[in-house]
Design a protein around this ligand. Sequence first.
Ligand SMILES: Nc1nc2c(ncn2[C@@H]2O[C@H](COP(=O)(O)OP(=O)(O)OP(=O)(O)O)[C@@H](O)[C@H]2O)c(=O)[nH]1
Ligand SMILES: [Mg+2]
Ligand SMILES: [Zn+2]
Length: 250
Amino acid sequence: MVTEEGAGRVEKILPRRSLLSRPAKSGATRPVAANIDQLVAILAVKPNIDALLLDQYLIVCELQDITPLIVLNKIDLLDEAAKQKIDELVANYRHLGYDLIKVSAKDKSGLQQLNQQLCDKTSILVGQSGVGKSSIINALIPDLALQTKVLSTVSGLGKHTTTSSTLYKLANSGEVIDSPGVNIFGLANITEYSLASGYREIRQLADQCKYANCLHLREPKCAVKEAVENGAMSQARYARYLKLREKLST
Ligand SMILES: Nc1nc2c(ncn2[C@@H]2O[C@H](COP(=O)(O)OP(=O)(O)OP(=O)(O)O)[C@@H](O)[C@H]2O)c(=O)[nH]1
Ligand SMILES: [Mg+2]
Ligand SMILES: [Zn+2]
């Protein structure tokens, strides 16, 4: 606050804006990164699109007030067979209000748009190994030459190339953190109720459920299940909600 003489006084130390954690031994959690403004969840046409992992990232964003951005990389590899499935997924997340941009680190398409979204804030790039996190940062900062790895031709899967999180400064005064391609925060600190409210469409519907403590499983007069039945909520997203609930209880 400002005192009479115009001098300032420290009222309180502000809490960290956000804290991403990952599960550690015996139910404890370990911090991964603090004061993140934006989480960029990277998906890639190859190796495969892991929507369950994407939902986990989005839940963390919903609960921690971190802006999510979804980036679909490697669109240079998109063929007709993959296109329909991906279009559906893209439409679903955009319909939910998530920003989603399509890029190719290889031919540099979409990178200008991505660069704009990274302006003036600190973002962490996350996603399974091999989706191209380091390649995207390399493409945004041409002098950097971060190590990336050729995907195994047998499995199409990446090996973990990046082993620790590192922060890089962009020319547009944004900062990006490259993270290793592991499931870095999982479901740390998430309860069955916070999981439900981490699905934004479930959170919006929940107050129309008959029971205030409805978990949208087998309860009667559940607005969420009704929405799934009449197509207002994506069946695939609901199925992932159920899957993550199972993961929580194991
Ligand atoms: N065709 C194509 N290949 C790409 C693209 N982006 C990245 N790759 C390739 O995908 C592989 C993995 O890229 P990385 O940047 O190492 O992936 P990463 O997400 O950093 O992986 P980890 O560090 O293991 O987490 C490399 O062989 C890249 O050349 C793209 O837009 N198109
Ligand atoms: Mg990497
Ligand atoms: Zn319900």
